[in-house]
Design a protein around this ligand. Structure first.
Ligand code: TYM
Length: 328
């Protein structure tokens, strides 16, 4: 049984990229593996400046994780800030990663550039050290993520290797696991950019809680490419390729096989919209049910927190002992 860990930030609404790139695969692996999934509110703090939104977003995201199908009896869903071990190990990680390594992170460079006129926190820069702590605390073998997180998993491995070399074998080396279709869902209005709550307007983003009519409209208006043949060609037809990947992921086929069913862009857009509506409908209704019983939701999270803390506390103690810090 592999130990699996992956996390998601409570910033904005969950979208189709999050679902196809990550959440769906968390659910798929929960019965074969020992799985831990964190709602990483400390990571969200790197860009949070408004009071009284983070807690509500955290609870809503918990409802969404159960709504997509995580089963609280087998999957451990926890809130990062409820476990002090994440912050504690993060400092040790900061002392095990170099300034140069952090400077090479493309996510930092992109986010800092986009926030040019805004406040760029030091936390945005040291973010990968906290992420390394999230992963290494759980002795995770596998980290199911979208393509955009690969670099963060690589740096986590490098940090673990360095720590193990300095202080003796302490951490498990994790590897990223990405899905065949859906690892990089692109914005429907701008298929050269990934679908992302922080980069674009709502018309190119499909949210898991969107009404069916809104989803169909977004797909109908999706930007496609010149020409009219439906072929799967990421480099030359990024818009069509994105639709084919989404359709393939939603209907469990390959983009190539999906392409063979269509001769026109219009029919492809309509079919993709319909497949996504069908896939998301049960999630939306379960989400609303769960949000109607906040007491029960909070109880499920507390249960996850307790299970997660047992593992995290043991790993942190192991790290302190490996370094040889004075026990209190
Ligand atoms: P976050 O919150 O931005 O995204 C959560 C998950 O969704 C995936 N994802 C996508 N996949 C495909 N196409 C897209 N357009 C798309 N957009 C997002 C992400 O790859 C991710 O798997 N740094 C992480 C959170 C994190 C984490 C961790 C992840 C903190 N600690 C430990 C794994 C392990 C992040 O910002 O993900």
């Amino acid at each position: 049984m592999a130990r699996v860990l992956s996390c998601i930030q409570p910033t904005g609404e969950v979208h189709l990229g999050n679902y196809l790139g990550a959440l769906r695969n968390w659910v798929g692996g929960q019965h074969e593996n020992d799985v831990f999934h964190g709602i990483v509110d400390l990571h969200a703090l790197t860009v949070t400046e408004t009071p009284n939104v983070l807690g509500e977003n955290t609870l809503s995201l918990a409802a969404m994780l159960f709504a997509v199908g995580l089963d609280p009896d087998v999957a451990t869903v926890f809130v990062q800030s409820h476990l002090p071990q994440h912050s504690q190990l993060a400092w040790i990680m900061e002392c095990t990663v170099s300034y140069g390594e952090l400077s090479r992170m493309t996510q930092f460079k992109d986010k800092a550039a986009r926030r040019e006129a805004d406040f760029v926190s030091a936390g945005l820069f040291t973010y990968p050290a906290l992420q390394a702590a999230d992963i290494l605390l759980y002795d995770a073998h596998e980290v199911p993520v979208g393509d955009d997180q690969r670099q963060h998993i690589e740096i986590t491995r490098d940090i673990a290797i360095r720590f193990n070399h300095r202080f003796g074998d302490t951490f498990v080396l994790p590897k990223a696991v990405t899905p065949k279709a859906g690892a990089r869902v692109m914005d429907l209005q701008n298929p050269d950019n990934k679908m992302s709550k922080s980069t674009s307007g709502d018309s190119g983003i499909v949210y898991l809680l969107d009404e069916p009519a809104a989803i169909e409209r977004k797909f109908k208006r999706a930007v496609t490419d010149s020409g009219s043949d439906v072929v799967y060609d990421r480099a030359n037809k990024p818009g069509v390729a994105n639709l084919l990947e989404i359709l393939a992921a939603a209907t469990n086929t390959t983009p190539e096989a999906a392409a063979a069913q269509f001769s026109q862009y219009g029919a492809l857009k309509a079919a993709t919209g319909a497949a996504v509506v069908e896939m998301l409908a049960p999630i939306r209704s379960r989400y609303h049910e769960l949000m109607n019983d906040r007491g029960e939701l909070a109880r499920l999270v507390r249960r996850g927190d307790d299970r997660a803390e047992q593992v995290a506390a043991a790993t942190l103690a192991r790290a302190h002992a490996a370094i040889g810090m004075l026990p209190r």
